[in-house]
Design a binder for this molecule. Structure first.
Ligand code: CP
Length: 310
């Protein structure tokens, strides 16, 4: 299928075929990421603007590298040093950046819906790099890509997503992508960090029993405890959290023998995941980061005309 969308806002709105196209395109892009000369001329003359209102290590830098590997010009807007601090609105900021010749705006914002708001008002492509508690579509895609590379399939996998489900845009993008591709998803965490309504989505179950979630799991996706988004009292302490919900080697014993462990980063070692698990052979956490560059190359390529214009 040809690619038709101007924007990438979330996995909820993508069809199964569209997700497959991105993953297949990312397969070819990954070869570029891992070879000695990481440069192709595909997006020469295109301009990508990274506009991050929240901090980021993986997403922002991998979008920058993805654009550069495809020969686009990439600009990182330093929001804290920009006229945003003088009160310039999101829309005015984005419109001013657009008329400098921007073809794609990659935006991370603490408000859910900020990328959708811009997408309706800009001619440039808008890519959601994480909006509030809503979605983080390129993280969802790179998680799918990593699972498929490791397991050879997505359909039929049991994927346990464990931790702070309530605040997690990663969990939401994962569950939309995974259910569209035929996986069974179990969301698990303390009841105070759960979003029970997600259990109404076909293919998704919700439990606060960790052993039940991990039993027979093919993949365990461990979520970061978002200390910056916690209201007081959602769990007693990080030590208590680790004791009851931390993913340790002992707890993984009930999973399938070849269980794959993922984490979107940044990790709170010793809280939601032990170092022994994070650094084990079961962990694909650094693979996820490499795959993230390939997936973001695929997204830029598809949105910026590589496929659409063809
Ligand atoms: N996974 C993720 O979004 O990491 P960053 O916050 O470092 O971009």
């Amino acid at each position: 299928m040809g690619w038709k969308r101007k924007d990438l806002l979330g996995l909820q709105e993508l069809s199964r075929d569209e997700i497959e196209v991105i993953l297949e395109t990312a397969d070819s892009m990954r070869d570029i990421v891992t070879r000695p000369i990481k440069k192709v001329p595909t997006l020469r003359g295109k301009v990508v603007m990274n506009l991050f209102y929240e901090n980021s290590t993986r997403t922002r830098n991998s979008f920058e590298l993805a654009g550069k590997y495809l020969s686009a010009d990439v600009v990182n807007v330093a929001v804290a040093a920009s006229s945003v601090v003088k009160g310039e609105t999101l829309l005015d900021t984005a419109r001013n950046l657009e008329v400098m010749g921007t073809d794609a705006v990659v935006i991370r914002h603490s408000s859910g819906g900020a990328p959708h708001f811009l997408a309706q008002r800009l001619q440039a492509s808008v890519i959601n790099a994480g909006d509030g508690m809503h979605e983080h579509p390129t993280q969802g895609l790179l998680d799918l890509f990593t699972m498929r590379r490791n397991k050879g399939r997505i359909a039929g996998l049991k994927v346990a997503i464990v931790g702070d489900i309530y605040h997690s845009r990663v969990a939401r993008s994962n569950l939309w992508g995974l259910t569209k591709l035929g996986a069974e998803v179990v969301l698990c965490g303390p009841t105070t960090l759960m979003a029970p309504e997600l259990g109404e989505i076909p293919g998704v179950t919700v439990t606060d029993k960790l052993e039940e979630a991990l039993e027979g799991a093919d993949v365990v996706n461990v979520l970061r405890i978002q200390l910056e988004r916690q209201e007081k009292g959602l769990f007693p302490s990080t030590r208590e959290y680790h004791r009851f919900w931390g993913i340790t080697s002992d707890r993984l014993a009930v999973c399938n023998d070849d269980v794959l462990v993922l984490h979107p980063g940044p990790m709170n070692r010793g809280i939601e995941i032990s170092s022994a698990v994070a650094d084990s052979e079961q962990s694909a956490i650094l693979d996820q980061v490499t795959n993230g560059v390939a997936v973001r190359m695929a997204v830029l390529y598809l949105l910026l005309g590589g496929e659409r214009e063809a």
